[in-house]
Structure formats: structure tokens, C-alpha cells
Design a protein around this ligand. Structure first.
Ligand code: SF4
Ligand code: SF4
Length: 248
């Protein structure tokens, strides 16, 4: 299927001539713009299956390229380079190198799900964007995004204790992403809490910092969750042709 959007033609693939005359007609400059052809030999024939194997990417095969997702997209409205329809096209075609060229913006999806509601084929493009960002991380094309780091810290607490302690989630996140704990918004929020919350609740929050909350009888649930997560991670890595964690 051809791509018609002019914005998708890379500037380096456009060729113009400063001085060109054809049959006596001056066609210099943009009048003689050509799109350089390119032979694609680096298909990843498994790319669609790799994305479909990750959570959120399951229904990518349903896409019929109508463009409703991109048309509805919150991020596309401010950055035309953010184009879910185009990335789904590249994935279905197996054009890994082309997809990776946009690795620094794919993660910017804000999960508003406008695309999901607009999609006539139930592709769940929001899920595909998440799966694609995850795929970029697993393949080593991008560093772990801040949202992945946050999710990992949050999930680790839930898996371990069945409850979270908000302060620890934030402290760990800031430490891992190299940010100071004294964020202005956080300081303002804590001041607001101190002024508005009942003393008993403040004391409870403070105590939770030292005696972290735990769901009673959580042990068996924790083991089952950890087992499932390990199975899922192993399946993801296998689908992407990656070695299991800890393997040589
Ligand atoms: S969920 Fe992501 S891809 Fe979908 S409309 Fe929102 S920002 Fe765009
Ligand atoms: S709206 Fe759905 S079917 Fe249309 S291009 Fe986007 S993902 Fe594909």
C-alpha cells in the first residue's frame, strides 16, 4: 500500500536541481523535485508477530489503514511526526529500520485512547503504541522510559506486599531517574496535605513510611503472581528471538 503523506517523505530522499532546463523550460528548484527510490532489503518478516506477542499489540493484524487513529490523535495534533497509522503500516510491512528511525517519539503516546475509540476495526492502537514502545526497549533500541521505570517500581511493591506505600514509589522513582526529591510540585502537594489532612491520617501516612503496609496472607498470591510474570517475560523474550534473562 503506498504512503501518500508528504510529511512522511524524509528530506534526504528529496532531490532537486538548482539549474535544470527540459525542452527549453526552466524547471530549476522545487519544480524538479524527485523522490529518490530505495530498494528495501532489510525486512523483518516476523515484526508483526513480535509486536502482536506483547500486551496491547494483539489486534494489529486487523488494521486497514483508514487513518482514523492518526486523525484523532492528541499528540499528532501538536506533532505531525507522531503517526500511529504509519507505524502500524511499517510494522505490518516488516520495515524495522524505518520504524526504528522514529524511536525517540513513539514512546510519547499519552494513552488518551482517542485512537482506540476512533478505530473502526478494534485494533486498539493505544495498545499497539505501548507494545511498540516496549518492543523498542526489549530490542535495545531505546533506554527504559521513565514510565517503564515507574511501572516497575509500582508493580514490584504490589507483587511483594500486596499494597503500595506512595512515598516509597516516588522516592524510588526519583532515585532511579536521577531527579531530586524536592520537586516544586511535590513540595506544594505535601504542604497542602499537611494543612488539610486530619492529624490521625497524617500519622498513619508517616508510620507507613517506616512500617510498610502489607496485605495479610499475601505470600501465596505473591508466589503465583511472580510465577506468572516470569512466564510472561520469558514468552515475550522468546517471541522477539531474545535470550532468556540469565542465559549466556
Ligand atoms: S492513545 Fe496515544 S496514539 Fe492514541 S490518540 Fe492518544 S496519544 Fe495518540
Ligand atoms: S483507526 Fe484502526 S483501522 Fe484505521 S488506521 Fe488506525 S489502527 Fe488502522
Amino acid at each position: 500500500m503506498p504512503i501518500h503523506e508528504k510529511s512522511l517523505i524524509r528530506p534526504e530522499n528529496l532531490v532537486t536541481h538548482d539549474q535544470l532546463e527540459i525542452d527549453g523550460v526552466d524547471v530549476s528548484g522545487h519544480w524538479s523535485t524527485f523522490i529518490q527510490s530505495r530498494a528495501v532489503t532489510d525486512y523483518n518478516e516476523n515484526l508483526q508477530e513480535e509486536i502482536a506477542a506483547l500486551p496491547g499489540g494483539e489486534y494489529i493484524h486487523r488494521c486497514w489503514q483508514c487513518g482514523s487513529c492518526t486523525n484523532a490523535c492528541t499528540v499528532n495534533a501538536v506533532n505531525p511526526d507522531f503517526n500511529p497509522r504509519y507505524w502500524i503500516y511499517l510494522i505490518r510491512m516488516g520495515m524495522e529500520d524505518e520504524l526504528v528511525r522514529d524511536k525517540d517519539i513513539i514512546w510519547q503516546c499519552v494513552s488518551c485512547n482517542k485512537c482506540t475509540y476512533a478505530c473502526p476495526r478494534d485494533v486498539v492502537p493505544e495498545g499497539v503504541m505501548k507494545a511498540t514502545a516496549h518492543w523498542l526497549e526489549l530490542k535495545g533500541y531505546t533506554e527504559k522510559s521513565p514510565s517503564t521505570i515507574f511501572d516497575e517500581g509500582f508493580s514490584a511493591q504490589v507483587f511483594e506486599r500486596g499494597k503500595i506505600e506512595d512515598g516509597k514509589v516516588l522516592r524510588d522513582f526519583f532515585a532511579k531517574t536521577g531527579q531530586p526529591l524536592t520537586q516544586p510540585w511535590l513540595v506544594a502537594m505535601v504542604k497542602g496535605l499537611i494543612l488539610r489532612f486530619p492529624v490521625a491520617m497524617l500519622m498513619k501516612l508517616g508510620l507507613a513510611t517506616f512500617f510498610r503496609p502489607k496485605t495479610s496472607g499475601w505470600g501465596r498470591a505473591r508466589d503465583a503472581i511472580n510465577e506468572y510474570v516470569e512466564e510472561r517475560e520469558a514468552a515475550n523474550r522468546k517471541a522477539l528471538g531474545l535470550k532468556a534473562h540469565g542465559a549466556e
